[in-house]
Write a protein that binds this ligand. Structure first.
Ligand code: BMA
Length: 856
C-alpha cells in the first residue's frame, strides 16, 4: 500500500498483546521465482516469519522484508510512531535485541544443484544468521548484499532460519569504547543510514530487521554475475559499447556468449573460453545512428535493453539483462577569471542543474512502494527539475529509484553514505565500506541518470572550516585526517576508477563552498540564510553565489491538514510539546519567527502561522533560485535543501510526507520553468532578465505593467525581442528613479514573457516587503467548469483587489490544484485546474481561500 495512503489511516490505540510460546509455524514449500535450465531461485520473504524480542520467547508474525518497528505496529504492540510525540516513548525498540525466524522446506530440485546460496539482499544491521542452528553469517552492514554458500547445512525437507539482531545503540557504543580515538558521533561506527539516529528534520528510530528480500538460489554450472556497459565512443553516427561480462564458471569450458539488443538490431554470438572461477569477458557492440538519452527538458530519454546469454549444447545456462541510455556526461571545470567553472555538460550541451536534495521517503524503508517512488519523482519533473541529489545520510536508493530517474530524465548527484562527521579508518572499517561501495557502484553504474559520485556530505568543510579538528589532540587529529584521506581520497576514487570508469568522482560536498574565498570553484552549501540567520537579501551578494549551489534552504510548516493527522486539537500551538517534537532543528521555530517578523505581519493564530511559514519559505527560496539562475553561466546549478520529508514535520521540504505540495513546490515549478522572466533592482536600475534553458533562440514579447493593488494601471511598457538560447541576459533596463514618485506600498509590477499569444513566464515584483503592502480584503470570484476527460475541473478566478499568496484548499477532501499560493491580481483572469484526489468529487461550493490579508 502506498505510504501516503497508509499514513492517512487513523492511528491505532495501543493494545498490548503478549503472546508467549511458539506459534505453530507454517511450513512453506518454496515456489521458484526465477528458473532457467541452470538457475533456480526462491524468495524466502514469502515464507512465514515470526519475531520476538531476544530472550522473551514472545513470538508474533513478521513481514519480510520489513522492520521491527513496522512489525510491532502491525501486531498492535506499539502506537503509530509518527503520531503526536510517540517518538519519545518508542526509543526502547532500538535499544533491544530482536530475533526473526522462519521455516521452509526444500525439495530435490534445489538439493540436486552443485551450488546453493542464501542471498541476504539487506540486513539491518548487526545480524547473526543461523541455518538449522549453525551460524552461517555475521553481518554488520545495512548497505551490503551478503551471499552465503549453504548447501552442506541445508536439509532436503524442513529447514529453519534464525536471524539475531543486536541493538545498534549498544554495539555502536561498544565499538566506540574500543576505538583508539573515539569519534564524537556513535552512528559513524555503524554502516546503517545515519538519519535513523535522528536528524534536524527526522526523528530517532533505530530500526532492526530484514529490510530486503532473502533469496535461496541453486545452480550447477556457470552463471553471469554482472554486465557492465562501458560507453567507449558516442557520435551521431555510432555508439561503440564495451560490455564487460563477469562470469563465474565451475570448471574450464567453452561456451557461446550471445549479446542481443533488439532496438539496435544486434544479435551477436562469440565463442569464449572460461577458466574455473571468475572470468571477465569483454564484448564490443556498435549501435548505428544511436538515439540519445537527455535530461528532461532537453530531449527524449531513449533507453536500450541489452541481454547477454551463455549457451552450451543449445541450452541457455546463464542470462543477464541490463538497460542503459547513451549519453556523454562531463563535469566541466575550466579555469576562468574567477576560478574554475563547475557545470555538467550532457551530449555537448552545458546544462544548468535545477533541482533539490532528496532524503529517504520514510523512516521505515519498506513502506514507500512503487506508487510513492513514481509520485515523488514525477513531482520533481512537474516542478521543472532536472537533477536530484541522493544525500549521504540516507541510503543508496533502490533500483526502482534509478530506473525512474532514467525514464524521467532526472540526473542524479549520488553521494556515498558518509554524512556530517569524521568516520573510522581502521582496516575492518575500510574493508567493509570497500565491499559496500563496490556492490553499490556495480548495482547502479549502468543507469544513464547518474551524473556524479560524491564521497561525503560536509565532512571536509566540517574538518577544515567548522574546526572539528579542535576536538582532538594534535596527534589524534593527524590520524583522523589520515583516515579521511584514506577513505575519500584513496579508496572511493580507486573504486570508481576500477568499477565505473567514466563517472566523475567528487570527494565531498561542498568543495569549496561557503567560507572559502569567494566561492570561485566547486560546489557550495550556502547556509547564511537559516543557520546563520542572515536576511534573504544575502542570497544576492556575489560572495554567496557559487559555481554550483548544492545546498541552501529554509523551513516551512506542513499545511494544517497534515498537522491535523498527527495531532489532537490541544496540540495546535507552535509551542506545544507535540508541535515541538515535530520540529527537529534546535532553534527551528524561533528562526522562523525571526524571519516572519522581518518580512510579514505577525500571524494571528496557529493556522495562519502554518500558512505564513510556507509563504515565507517559498519567498526566500524562490528568490534564491532566481538569483542563481540569473547568475548563469557563473553559477550552473541550484539544488535546494530538500524536496521531501520522511515523516510529518516542520522542515526545509517542499513536499510534505503526505505528498502535499507546500507553497515552495509551487514556487519551484514557476522559477524552474525553462523560460524565466525575472525583474530585479540592481545598481540603481530595474533590470528585467530572461533566463532560457532552451537550446534555440526565441522571438518573444516582454511586457511590464505597473498597477495599484486594486488594479489601476499606472504605466506599461512592451518590447519585442529575441531571447538567446541557454543563457541569462538583461533585456530591459529602467532607471530606479523612474519609480521614485509612486506609492511603493500600493503597487505591483507585473513582468510577462510571451511567445506569440502564449504566456511563457510571469513574475510579480514588489517595491516593499509583504508586511508593508497596503493589502485589503479582496472579493474573489471562482467559476468552475464541468470535469474534463482528464478528470480535472477548470477554475477561473478574478478579484477586485490583490489577493496575495492566495491559498485554495478543501476542508475534508484532498485534491491537486495546478497552481496555488499565487498572487491573484485584479484586472485579469487566472485559470488553473483542480484534480480531486481519491474519494473526492466536484469541488463546487467546497473551496476555501486564505490570502495574506486574512492572517493578521
Ligand atoms: C545540510 C544537510 C543536512 C541538514 C541540512 C539542514 O547541511 O547536509 O545535514 O539536514 O543541512 O540543516
Amino acid at each position: 500500500m502506498s505510504k501516503y495512503k497508509q499514513m492517512k489511516k487513523v492511528h491505532i490505540n495501543c493494545i498490548f498483546k503478549i503472546v508467549t510460546g511458539f506459534y505453530a509455524f507454517t511450513l512453506l514449500a518454496c515456489q521458484p521465482i526465477e528458473k532457467s535450465i541452470d538457475l533456480v531461485s526462491y524468495d524466502l520473504s514469502d515464507s512465514t516469519w515470526h519475531f520476538s524480542q531476544a530472550g522473551e520467547n514472545s513470538w508474533h508474525e513478521a513481514k519480510v522484508p520489513g522492520s521491527v518497528h513496522m512489525d510491532l505496529l502491525r501486531n498492535e504492540l506499539i502506537e503509530d510512531p509518527y503520531y503526536r510525540d510517540n517518538e519519545t516513548r518508542l526509543q526502547w525498540i532500538g535499544e533491544k535485541d530482536w530475533t526473526y525466524t522462519s521455516q521452509f522446506t526444500v525439495g530435490s530440485e534445489l538439493m540436486n544443484k552443485n551450488n546453493v546460496t542464501l542471498d541476504f539482499k539487506g540486513l539491518d544491521t548487526y545480524a547473526k544468521v543461523f541455518l538449522n542452528d549453525s551460524l552461517i553469517l555475521k553481518a554488520d552492514n545495512f548497505f551490503r548484499d551478503y551471499q552465503v554458500e549453504c548447501k552442506a547445512l541445508l536439509n532436503q525437507g524442513e529447514n529453519h532460519l534464525r536471524i539475531e539482531f543486536e541493538s545498534p545503540v549498544r554495539i555502536n557504543k561498544e565499538r566506540k569504547n574500543n576505538a583508539k580515538i573515539p569519534l564524537p558521533d556513535d552512528y559513524v561506527y555503524c554502516r546503517k543510514p545515519a538519519y535513523h539516529f535522528g536528524w534536524d528534520w527526522g526523528p530517532v528510530y533505530i530500526t532492526s530487521g530484514i529490510w530486503k528480500p532473502v533469496l535461496l538460489k541453486g545452480w550447477n554450472e556457470t552463471r553471469i554475475i554482472n554486465m557492465q556497459v562501458v560507453q567507449k565512443e558516442l557520435t551521431t553516427q555510432t555508439a561503440a559499447l564495451e560490455l564487460v561480462y563477469e562470469i563465474e564458471a565451475e570448471e574450464a569450458l567453452e561456451v557461446e556468449l550471445t549479446t542481443e539488443c533488439a532496438a539496435a538490431k544486434i544479435h551477436e554470438t562469440e565463442k569464449v573460453k572460461l577458466k574455473p572461477g571468475i572470468n571477465f569477458i569483454k564484448s564490443q557492440i556498435t549501435i548505428q545512428k544511436p538515439q540519445l538519452w537527455w535530461p528532461t527538458g532537453l530531449g527524449d530519454q531513449y533507453l536500450y535493453n541489452i541481454t547477454g546469454k551463455l549457451i552450451t549444447d543449445n541450452r541457455i545456462i546463464g542470462e543477464v539483462k541490463e538497460r542503459t541510455g547513451l549519453r556523454e556526461i562531463k563535469l566541466v571545470q575550466k579555469p576562468d577569471s574567477l576560478g574554475k567553472s563547475f557545470h555538467f555538460e550532457v551530449n555537448g550541451v552545458p546544462v544548468f542543474a535545477k533541482g533539490a536534495n532528496y532524503i529517504p521517503q520514510d523512516m521505515f524503508l519498506n513502506r514507500p512502494d512503487t506508487a510513492d517512488y513514481e509520485y515523488i519523482l514525477q513531482q520533481a519533473v512537474d516542478a521543472n527539475m532536472n537533477m536530484l541529489r541522493v544525500w549521504a545520510g540516507g541510503f543508496y536508493e533502490n533500483d526502482l529509484f534509478y530506473d525512474l530517474c532514467d525514464e524521467k530524465g532526472l540526473l542524479v548527484w549520488q553521494d556515498f553514505m558518509f554524512a556530517c562527521a569524521m568516520y573510522p579508518g581502521d582496516k575492518d572499517f575500510l574493508d567493509n565500506v570497500s565491499q559496500e561501495a563496490i556492490e553499490n557502484v556495480k548495482r547502479i553504474r549502468n543507469h544513464p541518470c547518474i551524473a556524479l559520485w560524491c564521497g561525503n556530505n560536509e565532512n571536509y568543510i566540517g574538518w577544515q572550516d567548522w574546526r572539528w579538528s579542535d576536538r582532538y589532540t594534535k596527534e589524534d587529529s593527524a590520524t583522523v585526517w589520515k583516515d579521511y584521506e584514506a577513505l575519500y581520497h584513496q579508496l572511493l576514487p580507486e573504486i570508481i576508477k576500477q568499477y565505473d570508469t567514466d563517472r566523475f568522482y567528487w570527494p565531498s560536498s561542498p568543495l569549496f563552498g561557503w567560507g572559502y574565498p569567494v566561492n570561485s570553484e566547486g560546489d557550495v552549501h550556502y547556509w547564511g540564510i537559516w543557520h546563520a540567520q542572515e536576511p534573504f537579501e544575502e542570497f544576492a551578494k556575489p560572495q554567496n553565489i557559487g559555481r554550483f549551489m548544492s545546498e541552501y534552504g529554509f523551513q516551512g510548516c506542513p499545511e494544517f491538514k497534515t498537522v491535523k493527522a498527527f495531532t489532537r486539537p490541544e496540540d495546535w500551538d507552535i509551542n506545544s510539546d507535540v508541535m515541538k517534537n515535530h520540529q527537529k532543528h534546535r532553534v527551528g521555530y524561533p528562526v522562523i519567527d525571526k524571519y516572519i517578523k522581518w518580512y510579514y505581519q505577525w500571524p494571528k493564530d496557529f493556522k495562519s502561522y502554518l500558512y505564513v511559514s510556507q509563504v515565507l519559505q517559498a519567498k526566500g527560496i524562490g528568490y534564491a533560485i532566481e538569483i542563481h539562475r540569473r547568475s548563469m553561466p557563473h553559477c550552473m546549478g541550484t539544488l535546494y535543501w530538500q524536496i521531501n520529508d520522511c515523516w510529518p514535520v516542520t522542515s526545509w521540504a517542499s513536499i510534505d510526507s503526505y505528498g502535499r505540495w507546500k507553497a515552495l513546490h509551487y514556487m519551484a515549478k514557476k522559477v524552474y520553468n525553462d523560460l524565466l522572466i525575472s525583474p530585479v533592482l540592481e545598481d540603481g536600475l530595474l533590470k528585467v532578465y530572461v533566463v532560457s534553458d532552451r537550446l534555440e533562440a526565441l522571438d518573444a514579447r516582454l511586457s511590464l505593467n505597473l498597477t495599484t493593488l486594486d488594479g489601476i494601471e499606472l504605466w506599461k511598457k512592451e518590447i519585442n525581442t529575441s531571447i538567446d538560447a541557454n543563457s541569462s541576459k538583461v533585456y530591459l533596463k529602467i532607471p530606479e528613479a523612474f519609480f521614485e514618485d509612486i506609492d511603493k506600498n500600493d503597487v505591483v509590477l507585473t513582468a510577462s514573457l510571451f511567445s506569440g499569444q502564449k504566456l511563457e513566464s510571469r513574475n510579480h515584483f514588489y517595491f516593499v516587503q509583504p508586511k508593508d503592502l497596503e493589502l485589503e480584503k479582496p472579493s474573489i470570484q471562482i467559476n468552475i467548469s464541468e470535469m474534463n476527460e482528464k478528470g480535472e475541473y477548470t477554475l477561473q478566478l478574478t478579484t477586485d483587489k490583490l489577493a496575495k499568496n492566495l491559498f485554495l484548499w478543501l476542508e475534508n477532501e484532498d485534491g491537486f490544484f495546478s497552481d496555488n499560493y499565487f498572487d491573484l491580481l485584479p484586472g485579469s483572469e487566472k485559470t488553473i485546474t483542480y484534480k480531486p484526489g481519491a474519494g473526492a468529487g466536484n469541488p463546487q461550493g467546497k473551496i476555501q481561500m486564505t490570502s495574506l490579508v486574512d492572517t493578521y
